[in-house]
Structures are given as C-alpha cells and as structure tokens.
Design a protein around this ligand. Structure first.
Ligand code: F6R
Length: 639
C-alpha cells in the first residue's frame, strides 16, 4: 500500500476500500458514521434505522458504540435495528442463536427499546416461514428502510447468509448453509454436526436497498474473498461482489484482510513501486510461481512481461537478481532452529550463540504448538535446547460434553470399584453439574476445570512423542479465557501480567508465537496482543535485546515463501511422528474449523497438507526437495 506511488489500483477495485492498521481504527470510523446518523435523525425527530450483523467481525464496533453510550451519552432511544439473519430451528434462548448474541453484545447494554430490536424469527414453524419473511421485509419498509447496513463477510463470499448461488434480486428467505460456513461455525457449536443446516437471511436485494453500507473484515482468513468481491466480476459465486452495484458502499478492512488485493499483493502490476529488498523478494518469488520456472531459470523477458522491467533497470541483470534471490531463499533453510553451535552463522536464520538456547514456545491453545511446529519443537529438544512450551489458555471451551462425560463415567466407576466415598462424591457432583447445564447452559466452573484438565492430558501425550518432558509444559490458563466465552473475551492487565512473569522467569533467547494477522477477536489474535503488551512492558529487561521472535502461522494458514525467514525441513519419519502427536488431541477431532478437512473428511490432516505445500513451493523455486517444511517469520519487536 504505502509503496504504491499512484492510484492506478483504483481501476481494479470496484468497491471503495479503506485499509486500516487496526480493526479498532476502522470501527471508530464506522461508529462515527452511526453517531452522526443517530444525532441528525434525533434532531429531525425521526428514527435511525440500522441493519446489523452478528459473528466476530462487528463485536468491536458494538463495544465502541457501548462505550460511546456510557461515556459520551450516545442514546439509542430513537434507533430501530434489523438484523441480517438467524439460524433456523434455534429458539431465541439457545446459546448460539443470533438473538441471544445481539442481546449480550449490544441490545442489553444500551438504551435500545426492546420493541425496536428485530431479527428474523428462527423458531417459526416451517409452514409459516414465507409469511414471516414477507413480514420482515414489510417491517423494514415501514420503518423507512435501512439507513446504515453493517456487514461481515463469510469465507464463501456470503453477506448475511446469502450463500453462493444467491441472486442480486433475492429477498428475505430460508436458505441452506454452505458446508464451509457450517465448518466455520463448528467451534461455536462444538462440532459441525450440531450446526443448523438452515437459516433465515435478508436477501441480497434487501441489503442493496440500504442507503449506506459498511462491510467490515479482519484477518488473513478473509483476504482471498475480499479480493474476489472487490476486484472480481459480479457473480453469484461470490454474493458480496453484488455490493459493486451499490452507490454508497465502503469496505473497511485491516491490513491482513487486505493482503490479497492486487495493490498489496502484486503492487508492481498496478503502478510504480519502491523496490525495497522485501518487495524485490516478494516480486521475484511471485514471478517464479507465475511463470512456473525455478528462480535460476528466469530470463529478462519474464521480468519485462510481468511489470518488473524497472526492477531490472535498477538491479542490473536477471542473472544477478536470480542468484541473489536464490541465495536468500536458500539461507532460510535450517535443520537447527535453535542455531547450530560452533557453526558459521553469517547466513543462518538463527544465531549460533548462546548455546543451548532458552526457547519458549507460546501456544494459544493446546494443540497449536504441535500442529504448527511439532517438528521444530522436536528438533529444539533433541538438539539440547532448554525448551519450555507455555499453553496460554486451557482450551476448555473446545471440549465437547461427550468427552467430559466419558471421563466422569470413568471416575464414577473407579470410585465404585475402589469404594472411595470421597472420589464418588466428587464424580457424582460433576455428573450432576453436567446434566444440569443441559445442552444450552454454560459450563459451570467444575466442568470447565475438568475439560481443561482433559486437554492437559492430551498435551502431555503429544509432548511425549516429541521427547518433551511434561515438566517443560506450562499451563497458564489466562484469565480472559477462563472468565469468557468465544466472542466475549476481554483480556486485561491480569493476562499480560501472567505472561510477563513467565517471560521474566525464563528470559528466553527465542520465542515462538502465533496470532499475527488473525481475526483480532480470535484466541490466537488476542494471545498475540497480550504478547505484544508483555514485550512492550519488558523493554527494559536485558534479555529482550537478545531475544528473537519467530512467528508461526496458526492452523489452516501458512506463510508464503517470500515471507519465510526460517524454514525447518522435516524428514518423512519426523513428519509422521508429528502427525501422531496431533492425533493425541482426541477431543479436537471435530472442533476447530481451521484444522480443516482432507478429502476423506478427516479434520486432522490439514497440517500435513500445509507443511507439504511449503516443501513443494521451495522445490518449485529450485531449492532442495523435502518431505515437509515448517515455516517461520521473524518479528521485529518494534513494528
Ligand atoms: C452474521 C452474518 C454473516 C457474518 C459472516 C462473518 O450475521 O450475516 O454474514 O458476517 O459469516 O462471520 P464472522 O464475523 O464471525 O467472521
């Protein structure tokens, strides 16, 4: 973005798109627009009509509106809300119903009148659905139409729940959810099978009728679909692309969500760029991919035919540039992620001294560590580094009741066999608590504790396969997670303090972390912000100046080749061992959308897909061919 010297990219983008450095900045801008509307309408003695969305994306916007209500006197007394959608078949009290979401995230926290808060009725009998959808459309018209519509976007390109295939003239109706959408919701419902198959959503035409539209998107996971909606043709395959028709629609997105826009991804294709070393690397590696040629076989025509003639003018010949890029990529490869003792380290990603290193691996939840960097972790341990794995959260929210039930049954039976009154008493208490909460209740503290302990046992078994002593595992159980639920987490100083204490105790030479570029409200995204704050607070500690931070990508994502500063190859045996380690996390078989599915519907094997893809990408550049590669990017702490 910053490197683009003109606005030629505007020709490619069919929707005005503003890129913000943080989602909070974007939310502040949208909140300003909402405040102006509410104030202007109030002065005119009229209501303001807002169309709202659920999901992770608008949560920070709602928090900002609540803040303005509490601290700046913003009143919602003249506001009418129409929400986009509701799962079909869920009663309003269901923990995952959008009605409940809105009550908890906004409606109950400002002075909205209950009669002004509308959502499609997800509980209406099948035969009344059509009439109910008509009534919803009519209610919007009667209210004067929607003034400002807030949208998120699904990875399928859906807006509201208008899945691919939705037409621009569609209206409020019952739809079938796409399998990717159901997978993305699997975590909330503790398993894909529990996610409703249908929903009622405003149509694309209903959305396009709004006078002003803001679409918000955060995190890398949305980058591809954002680029398709903004730069692609209008198509039913990406319903968000129909927003190109709207005269007053703005996409407000963060840098990670913008990362696939041509102006960010391939800026040399849309204008003049400043050829910084990072930009050169990005462009040349892209050229190799695009032409299907290894780096050392690129010729002058390849450069000039792909918008990079000026780079050659600046750098001399293709020959020299190819060699330089080949060497840079080659030097990212190392079998010594903790540095190779007594070796010349002038071209190695990690320094040789000190050795052994105190390596700290931060895993937002149990499983992230092995899933994303199990092979590297194994090497660090076997190469005698002083490794600590810290699980920042317990991960207890991702354990289905059925898994807790199994353990409780075991405890009950053991208690009976041993005739131990105390053991039995406790097992019965757990049994009762689990039954009492039923399908819709939140887990009481005892059940959350049990679920957290189940995940600890899984982490220990997986660590055993990596020769990691369980004494090296630390379970921080950060309070923001223990006291919260998905989408309601609110980290504070106590979380940061806990991490600062650990950092002080370990004084790491290297930290492996993740969450950079994630949805800021996701567990990895929040953990990354906590790490940032902890590092900022530790700036005066001597160890900080001698600490390298290596970022790994969370499950379901991987660095692109030009972003990789350290590539750790895995042999077939090491790779198999890692996969076995992942299998120890039995409770996670169906939980996380990002674990993904292979062709057989298994949720485990995406790790192998990603690590193998990185190895193939290196191979295609003309570098050595490995079975799999785990990739890391070095973080400049001051960025
Ligand atoms: C929610 C809605 C959906 C979401 C989209 C993104 O009311 O209509 O279109 O906006 O699925 O969800 P998150 O924000 O959870 O990534």
């Amino acid at each position: 973005m910053r490197q683009v010297l003109n606005l030629e990219f505007a020709q490619r983008e069919h929707i005005p798109t503003t890129i913000y450095t943080s989602s909070d900045q974007a939310c502040a801008r949208v909140a300003d627009a909402i405040c102006e509307l509410i104030t202007a309408r109030k002065a005119a003695g009229k209501p303001a009509v807002l169309g709202l969305a659920t999901g992770s994306t608008p949560v920070r916007l709602y928090r900002e509106l609540i803040r303005r209500h509490r601290e700046e006197g913003l009143s919602f007394a003249n506001v009418i809300i129409f929400n986009l959608d509701e799962y079909y078949g869920l009663i309003p009290e269901h923990p995952q119903s959008y009605r409940r979401f809105m009550q908890e995230q906004l409606f109950n926290l400002v002075d909205l009148k209950p009669e002004n808060c509308h959502l499609p009725d997800g509980d209406v009998p099948r035969e009344d659905v059509l009439a109910s959808c008509h009534a919803y459309e009519e209610a919007i018209t009667e209210a004067g139409g929607i003034d400002i519509q807030i949208l998120g976007i699904g990875r399928t390109g859906h807006i509201g729940f208008n899945e691919p295939g939705s037409t621009p003239d569609s209206r409020t109706r019952l739809i079938t959810l796409d399998s990717l959408t159901r997978r993305d919701a699997a975590r909330d419902f503790l398993g894909e099978k529990n996610v409703p198959r249908h929903a009622i959503t405003m149509g694309v035409a209903t959305i396009l009728n709004a006078r002003k539209i803001f679409l918000l998107a955060w995190g890398e996971a949305k980058a591809e679909v954002i680029a398709q909606a903004v730069e692609g043709q209008q198509t039913e395959a990406i319903p968000a692309s129909f927003l190109q028709k709207h005269p007053d629609c703005v996409f407000c997105i963060d840098e990670a969500a913008a990362s696939h826009l041509t102006r960010v991804r391939h800026p040399w294709l849309v204008g003049m760029v400043e050829w910084s070393p990072a930009m050169i690397r990005k462009a040349v590696l892209w050229l190799s991919r695009k032409t299907g040629k290894p780096l050392l076989k690129l010729i002058e025509e390849d450069y000039s035919e792909n918008g990079m003639a000026d780079l050659l003018t600046e750098k001399g010949s293709a020959y020299e540039l190819n060699i330089e890029m080949f060497n840079t990529a080659q030097h990212t490869i190392t079998g010594w992620p903790g540095g190779k003792p007594n070796a010349d380290d002038s071209h190695r990603p990690e320094r040789a001294k000190p050795f052994p290193k105190r390596s700290l691996i931060l895993s937002p939840e149990p499983l992230d560590d092995i899933y994303c960097m199990g092979g590297t972790l194994h090497r660090l341990v076997n190469q005698n580094n002083d490794v600590t794995v810290a699980y920042l959260t317990s991960g207890n929210l991702a354990v289905p009741d059925s898994e807790a039930r199994r353990v409780i049954e075991l405890m009950l039976e053991l208690g009976e066999k041993r005739e131990s009154a105390d053991d039995l008493k406790f097992a019965r208490l757990l049994d009762r608590k689990l039954r009492e909460k039923g399908d819709f209740g939140d887990d009481p503290a005892e059940i959350r504790q049990l679920k957290g302990l189940i995940r600890r046992t899984e982490s220990r078994s997986s660590a055993r396969l990596l020769d990691t002593d369980s004494k090296r595992l630390r379970f921080l159980d950060l309070p923001f997670y223990e006291n919260g639920r998905y989408r309601s987490f609110q980290p504070d100083e106590s979380d940061v303090e806990r991490l600062i204490e650990l950092l002080r105790e370990i004084r790491p030479h290297q930290i492996f972390a993740t969450g950079f570029g994630n949805d800021p409200l996701s567990v990895p995204g929040l953990c990354f912000e906590i790490l940032r704050s902890a590092l900022a607070a530790s700036q005066s500690e001597p160890w900080v100046n001698d600490c390298h931070i290596w970022l790994y990508r969370g499950p379901g994502m991987e660095w692109e080749t030009h972003e990789i500063d350290m590539a750790v190859p895995l042999s077939p045996d090491e790779f198999e061992n890692k996969i076995q380690g992942i299998y120890q996390h039995q409770t996670q078989r169906n939980q996380s959308p990002n674990l993904g599915k292979d062709g057989d519907g298994n949720t485990w094997n995406l790790a192998s897909k990603f690590n193998r893809a990185t190895a193939s990408a290196y191979d295609a550049l003309g570098l050595a061919e490995y079975e799999a590669i785990e990739a890391f990017k070095r973080l400049d702490i001051n960025r």
